[in-house]
Design a protein around this ligand. Structure first.
Ligand code: IDP
Ligand code: MG
Length: 154
């Protein structure tokens, strides 16, 4: 059963530099997801290491940390039915060269190391909460009901 949940989403430094914050937000809004938190910020080395801890031993880790700390990001929390999996479907495959057209990475990127967007892994049960907690304090998240909810969900 899909769950009404919150998930962590981030426009990465390449997406910010390329002026794609609005495009990414538009796609998530149009889908019906609800924005409950947003922070335009610079990720420091420690946060980068915490956020990407699962990739610490990978050969691309140092490059990934340099990339994610190279400029500001737009960190966000989005809420909705099955939110994590639906955001991941909208993002497309990790490598934009393989991501389907119609997905964010498939439409807006070309290179694995510059893939525009991060979304919590829906197959990792703790990922939503862990990543939200890493980037946001509780009082930075705003619970609210969108006026169209009665028409978005049965
Ligand atoms: P995901 O972002 O689709 O969840 P992960 O496998 O969790 O993909 O990898 C995290 C991030 O690390 C990717 O989004 C990408 O920016 C970077 N990355 C993954 N694999 C490679 C690689 O082989 N070379 C360079 N960067 C990579
Ligand atoms: Mg991942």
């Amino acid at each position: 059963m899909s769950e009404y949940e919150r998930t962590f989403v981030m426009v990465k430094p390449d997406g910010v530099q390329r002026g794609l914050i609005g495009e990414v937000i538009s796609r998530l809004e149009d889908r019906g997801l609800t924005l409950v938190g947003a922070k335009f910020m610079q990720i420091d080395e420690d946060l980068a290491h915490d956020h990407y801890a699962e990739h610490e031993d990978k050969p691309f880790f140092d490059g990934l940390v340099s990339f994610i700390t190279a400029g500001p990001v737009m960190a966000m929390v989005w809420e909705g039915q099955d939110a994590a999996r639906q955001v991941r479907r909208m993002m497309g495959a990790t490598d934009p060269a393989e991501a389907q057209p119609g997905t964010i990475r498939g439409d807006l990127g070309l290179d694995l190391g510059r893939n525009v967007i991060h979304g919590s892994d829906h197959e990792d049960p703790g990922a939503n909460e862990r990543e939200i907690d890493l980037f946001f304090d509780d009082d930075e998240l705003v619970g609210w009901e969108q006026i169209d909810e009665g028409w978005l969900y049965e």
